[in-house]
Design a protein around this ligand. Structure first.
Ligand SMILES: Cc1ncc(COP(=O)(O)O)c(C=O)c1O
Length: 399
């Protein structure tokens, strides 16, 4: 597999923020930045050419999640897919007083692109509830059950894998009880899980599922929404009626082509590829825990993405560690990089009940297919030195 990173000395352990674009993906995209420029809606060979490319990409995306191609709508990314799923469902059912009394449910650890649409619906008068999670970052089933049994529910939205701590929720079970108890639709943000763990929408029994290209070695600015029944959604964008009227606007052809190719590649050797990353990640976590005193892994170790290592190093600030690591040429993150830089303590770690000291000293490393064992060894050395130095400055270990 060829990656396009040419900064050989830099180590990129922030693959949950975004991934490098595979050179195979770029090769597929290039013709659509050049000679294949037709508008896919045009009724001539230029248009037929690009509309064929879009349908080909749709088949690859559908194949990766076990859906049929006509259940896939291309969007500008995971954020738009989440907004379309949530606001599109609500506006289809009608924003009237009767519907406002029905309940919308999500979890307290969702990405901002799910939390904010729910918060804006709440501001419009909707009854929105957030299911709690336990200390391991797993959704509390009893908390969901309590809401489902008491209220009339319109929509439940719970993510498959968390972007900060990598926890994987039992979506099949959550969707099953939702459908058994209520008529609600079940939406799942699968942006972080796509291409890392097997996903089958029929098996998961979800009604809506959001995807993004730039987390799976594809280009940025493109994603998709799976909808079991697209008639249950209203579009957010009206216009020329592209994407069967669910998402108007001339299609981002080269982006969609790149996303399709990234999905095609992700479906080949998915298990072997991520077994490799999981072994690297496990080695990394073992070495960090055995060489750095007083540090902890956050989030369930069993139900976790294969590439996520999330630690708390009490006595130091995550941001300070990142600055120091960057001087060593190492890229890590304090959490949700994709929601623009903000200094607020993580809502995910707060929901998990971590103390402020643990939250402040938290750090996320997310490995990728391009990372190697020697990079892991370099990161362990640099991290150990960084933590020792920062703790010496703060006098932490003397306390
Ligand atoms: C869980 C999750 N959902 C949604 C998004 C938003 O996706 P996009 O960047 O394609 O808008 C992200 C981005 O980081 C994410 O991690």
């Amino acid at each position: 597999m060829n990656l396009t990173m040419d900064q050989h000395d830099l180590i990129y352990f922030d693959n949950a923020a975004t991934t490098p674009v595979l050179s195979e993906v770029i090769q597929e995209m290039i013709p659509y930045l050049g000679n294949n420029y037709g508008n896919p809606s045009s009724q001539h060979s230029f248009g037929f050419n690009t509309s064929r490319a879009i349908e080909n990409a749709r088949r690859h995306v559908a194949h990766l999640i076990g859906s049929s191609p006509n259940e896939i709508t291309f969007t500008s990314g995971g954020t738009e897919a989440n907004n379309l799923a949530i606001k599109g469902t609500v506006s289809r059912l009608g924003i009237n007083n009767e519907n406002k009394s029905t309940v919308l449910i999500s979890s307290s650890i969702e990405h901002d692109s799910v939390l904010q649409p729910f918060n804006s619906l709440k501001a419009q008068g909707f009854n929105v509830k957030f299911v709690e999670v336990n200390k391991e970052g797993m959704v509390k089933l009893e908390s969901l059950l309590e809401f489902l049994k008491k209220e009339k529910i319109m929509l439940v939205s719970i993510m498959l894998a968390n972007n900060e701590v990598g926890t994987i929720q039992p979506i099949r079970e959550l969707a099953k009880i939702t459908h058994e108890i209520s008529n609600a639709l079940f939406h799942c943000d699968a942006v972080q899980a796509l291409g890392k763990i097997p996903i089958n929408v029929k098996h998961l029994d979800v009604d809506l599922l959001s995807l993004s290209s730039h987390k799976i070695y594809g280009p940025k600015g493109v994603g998709a929404l799976y909808a079991r029944d697209r008639d249950q959604l209203s579009p957010l964008i009206d216009g020329g009626g592209q994407e069967k009227s669910l998402r108007s606007g001339t299609e981002n052809v080269y982006g969609i082509v790149g996303f399709g190719e990234a999905c095609r590649i992700a479906s080949v050797n998915l298990h072997e590829n991520w077994k490799y990353v999981k072994e690297l990640r496990d080695y990394f976590i073992d070495r960090v825990l055995s060489t750095i005193p007083r540090c902890y892994v956050n989030g369930s170790m069993n139900q976790r993405l294969p590439n996520n290592a999330h630690f708390s190093f009490p006595g130091v600030k995550g941001e300070d560690i990142i600055i120091k690591l960057n001087e060593f040429g190492i890229a890590a993150s304090t959490g949700a990089a994709c929601s623009s830089s903000k200094a607020k303590p993580s809502h995910v770690l707060k929901a998990m009940g971590l103390s402020l000291l643990e939250i402040e000293g938290s750090l996320r490393f997310t490995l990728g297919l391009q990372n190697t064992r020697s990079e892991v060894d370099r990161v362990i050395l640099a991290l150990g030195e960084t933590i020792r130095e920062l703790r010496r400055h703060s006098g932490f270990l003397n306390n």
